[in-house]
Design a protein around this ligand. Structure first.
Ligand code: PEP
Length: 251
C-alpha cells in the first residue's frame, strides 16, 4: 500500500508574512505523516524560515527547483547542498513551467534528480503533455520519454526514493482536470515505464501524483484510482482551508 503524498506548489505567490502565517497556522493541523505525506513547496527565499516553523511537525517543506551542481559560478542559482544544509526535504524538478519558460531539458532534469538524491532530498519529477500532444494521441509517448530520460542511470533502490508527478500541461491552472480515468491510465503507463526500467517491485512502490487543477472537490475521485498516489497542487494549496481539506481527504 503506497502512502499518499500531497504537495502544494506555491509557485511565485505569497509574501513572507503570508507564508509564515500559513505555515504557523497549518503545521499542527496536518494529518499524521503515518497516514499522508504533507508537503509545501515554497519560494526559495522563505525556505529557511518555513523549515524552522515546520520542524518536528508532520509538515515537510520543499523547494520548487535547484541547480544540479553543489557549488560553482552560477549567479542566481541555488544548489542541492545548500537546500540540504537548511534541511529541505523535497524538491520539484522539471515542472512544465520551468521546462517552458526556463528551457529546462530532460538532461538537466536527470542531473538534478541525481543531485537531489545525493543530498538526501526527495525529487518530485514532473512530466506531462501539451494539449496539442494529447489531441495527436501522443500523451503516452511524451510522458514515457520524459520519465525514461529523468530516470536514466539509477539503481532500483534510488528510484524508490523518488516521486513522479503526472501533470497534463493543459490542466495546470486552467480549472480543467483530466478525468480520473484518463489520469489513472497515464499514471499506469508511467508505472509500466518504471517497471520496464527497474522491475516490478520498484514500479509497485514508486509514488505517482496527479497534478492539474486538483481541489478538495475532485481529489477523492482521483485518489480512488489504482495508480494515483497523491497530488501536486498549485492554486488550491494557497488557501489554508483548502490545503488542509486536500490532506484530510487523502488520509
Ligand atoms: C502545479 O502547479 O503543478 C499545478 C498543478 O497547478 P494547479 O493545481 O493550479 O493546476
Amino acid at each position: 500500500m503506497r502512502k499518499p503524498i500531497i504537495a502544494g506548489n506555491w509557485k511565485m505567490f505569497k509574501t513572507f508574512d503570508e507564508a509564515v502565517e500559513f505555515t504557523e497556522s497549518v503545521r499542527e493541523k496536518v494529518p499524521s505523516e503515518e497516514k499522508v505525506d504533507a508537503v509545501i513547496c515554497a519560494p526559495a527565499i522563505f525556505l529557511p524560515t518555513l523549515v524552522d516553523i515546520a520542524m518536528e511537525t508532520d509538515l515537510a517543506i520543499g523547494a520548487q527547483n535547484m541547480h544540479y551542481e553543489n557549488e560553482g559560478a552560477f549567479t542566481g542559482e541555488i544548489s542541492p547542498s545548500q537546500l540540504a544544509s537548511i534541511n529541505v526535504d523535497y524538491v520539484i524538478l522539471g515542472h512544465s513551467e520551468r521546462r517552458e519558460y526556463f528551457n529546462e531539458t530532460d538532461e538537466a532534469v536527470n542531473k538534478k534528480v541525481r543531485a537531489a538524491l545525493a543530498n538526501g532530498i526527495v525529487p518530485i519529477i514532473c512530466c506531462g503533455e501539451t494539449l496539442e500532444e494529447r489531441e495527436a494521441q501522443k500523451t503516452e509517448e511524451k510522458v514515457s520519454s520524459q520519465i525514461t530520460a529523468a530516470l536514466e542511470g539509477f539503481t532500483p533502490e534510488e528510484v524508490n526514493h523518488m516521486v513522479i508527478a503526472y501533470e497534463p500541461i493543459w490542466a495546470i491552472g486552467t480549472g480543467k482536470t483530466a478525468t480520473a480515468d484518463d489520469a489513472n491510465a497515464v499514471c499506469g503507463k508511467i508505472r509500466e515505464v518504471v517497471e520496464g526500467l527497474y522491475g516490478k517491485e520498484t514500479a509497485e512502490s514508486i509514488r505517482i501524483q496527479y497534478g492539474g487543477s486538483v481541489k478538495p472537490e475532485n481529489i477523492e475521485e482521483l485518489l480512488l484510482k489504482e495508480h494515483i498516489d497523491g497530488a501536486l497542487v498549485g492554486g488550491a494549496s494557497l488557501d489554508q482551508e483548502s490545503y488542509l481539506a486536500l490532506l484530510n481527504k487523502a488520509q
